[in-house]
Write a protein that binds this ligand. Structure first.
Ligand code: NAP
Ligand code: MG
Length: 494
């Protein structure tokens, strides 16, 4: 028996505080990636539904019931939401695991805690984003104030549905904005349940709306809508570019893009005595969430003098510590890929590289085919040239490549030889070498001696083609969701 969806799981759009079907009754099927089986029919919103949601968001925004109340009051409501998320954490974790094929243990131990922490952090920060006064003479006073931006459209990916949602909603709601969310078509159920809990916590009708459906329909309608002030997007580069076009074609709405990456993982020669530890960390960077992660460590650069020992350790840890299995089993570390095309993509990159002279050190094949799901073995590929597609393009699967370098300058050259710039990881002991790389690698986050994206307090986003227009997380995220206004007061008594 496949695991069933709990009764009462919302599947309709959430507009102005109510669950409603799409106006033309359209639905889209969401499946359980671990079995390929149909899980639910979810409302597929069209431009009319998006328009209704934007109108509801505009009307509550202008009414001031959320945008102009004391930020303490927003904090109180959001802290109540934190409590409700905590009470419902197990159910949300199971729903995320079913809909996105993620291991239940990951959902419990990572996704839900990260989701709850993001809401809590921004709830607490709601009244701590200060304005400024400027140094002027006695005849005037210059004030810089932040005001909530208005109606925000959030268009989101499926790889961490809940935590990506709260990276946007935390600061947007704390700032006083009203939001229309277009969740990922492949995994929208937890977003709908989140909206239900937000309403229960006291988020006023119309402040948080969810319009599930297809990207090129609902997502496009939101991108082109003339009354949306900002699109905050996380997803692929290809779709991200479209939002810049939508903006240009409509109302010049602001656009913030969090996009893909090809994060270099640099292992310097002075790690020789701790290669098992480094390999374990880099396996986590590469294979966590099945490599379906924008900061995935899919490009490992190793000093040539320790290359062979390092690869042996990486293969060992991959084979011993990254078992693939049913996401609902507690012992599973890697679940299913999100959809069949993800499996095809992994196979194509690996087989293409092998045809071009690369070598599969471990993995390189489909697993658990009988389950009906899309499982791929965690894979390490060596003998890779820097110019091969497997070394340059985002794969979004459990595949990493190992490339040798000769000294620190060469490591920097290869690390920066990419159009991306989201994240990097440097393993080394020599402070000068490590800081040289940390400062010179073009990436929004460089972690040192341990893979990390930072936490909710640190800004997250990409250099170059990994991002555009702003940062998620930290106090910096408030800049996305607020306008900056100058109030200049002429004074009669200097
Ligand atoms: P995606 O295909 O770009 O989809 C993202 C969102 O855009 C989805 O809601 C999608 O709807 C929608 N969309 C698709 N086509 C559209 C169109 N023509 N117009 C308007 N909206 C459209 O990305 P994904 O496959 O879900 O996620 C994987 C990507 O996200 C990877 O590239 C990854 O690196 C990136 N990512 C980046 C970060 C970061 O913070 N930098 C974090 C996580 C993921 P549908 O669901 O209906 O397709
Ligand atoms: Mg699904």
């Amino acid at each position: 028996m496949p695991p069933q969806l709990p009764t009462g799981t919302p599947t309709e759009a959430f507009i102005d505080g109510r669950f409603v079907p799409a106006s033309d009754g359209a639905t889209v099927s969401t499946v359980n990636p671990a079995t390929g089986e149909h899980l639910a029919d979810v409302a597929a919103c069209g431009p009319q539904d998006v328009d209704r949601a934007v109108r509801a968001a505009r009307s509550t925004f202008e009414s001031g019931v959320w945008s102009r109340i004391h930020p303490n009051e927003r904090r109180t409501v959001l802290m109540r939401l934190v409590e409700l998320l905590e009470e419902n954490a197990e159910d949300l974790a199971r729903l995320e695991a079913l809909d996105a094929g993620k291991p239940i243990t990951d959902c419990r131990e990572f996704d839900l805690p990260a989701t709850i922490e993001a809401v809590r952090w921004y709830a607490e920060a709601a009244d701590k984003f200060f304005g400024k006064t400027t140094p002027v003479g006695g005849e005037a006073m210059g004030m810089i104030v932040h005001e909530p931006l208005g109606v925000v459209g959030a268009v989101l990916p499926w790889n961490f549905p809940l935590s990506m949602l709260t990276w946007k909603l935390g600061p947007a709601l704390a700032s006083g904005c009203s939001v229309v969310v277009k969740p990922p078509e492949l995994a929208s159920l937890t977003t709908l349940r989140f909206a239900e809990l937000a309403a229960e916590a006291g988020v006023p009708n119309g402040v948080l709306n969810v319009v599930p459906g297809l990207g090129h329909v609902a997502g496009q309608a939101l991108g082109l809508h003339p009354d949306v002030d900002l699109i905050t997007f996380t997803g692929s580069n290809e779709v991200g570019r479209r939002f810049l076009e939508y903006s240009a074609q409509s109302n010049l709405k602001k656009v913030v893009l969090e996009l893909g990456g090809k994060a270099p993982q640099v292992v310097l020669a002075d790690n020789r005595d701790r290669l098992a530890e480094v390999a374990a960390d880099l396996a986590g960077a590469a294979f966590g969430n099945n490599g379906q992660n924008c900061t995935a460590g899919s490009r490992i650069l190793v000093d040539r003098s320790i290359m062979d020992e390092f690869v042996a350790e990486l293969v060992k840890v991959t084979e011993e510590q990254w078992p693939v299995g049913d996401p609902m089993d507690e012992g599973t570390v890697l679940g299913s890929l999100i959809e069949e095309s993800a499996l095809t993509r992994c196979t194509a990159y690996v087989d293409g590289a092998v045809a071009d002279g690369a070598v599969v050190a471990t993995g390189g094949r489909r697993l658990r085919e009988d389950s009906g799901g899309w499982f791929y073995a965690p894979t390490v590929v060596t003998n890779v040239r820097e110019d091969m597609p497997i070394a340059r393009e985002e794969i979004f699967g459990p595949v990493t490549v190992v490339i040798p370098f000769d000294g620190v300058e060469d490591a920097l050259r290869i690390a920066n030889d990419t159009d991306f710039g989201l994240a990097a990881n440097v393993w080394g002991r020599d402070l000068d070498d490590v800081l040289f790389l940390a400062r010179r690698i073009k990436a929004g986050t460089v972690s040192v001696n341990g893979y990390s994206e930072g936490d909710i307090s640190t800004p997250f986003g990409g250099y170059r083609q990994s991002g555009f227009g702003g940062r998620d997380n930290g106090m910096e995220a408030f800049e996305q969701y607020t306008e900056t206004k100058t109030i200049w007061i002429s004074l009669q008594r200097g």
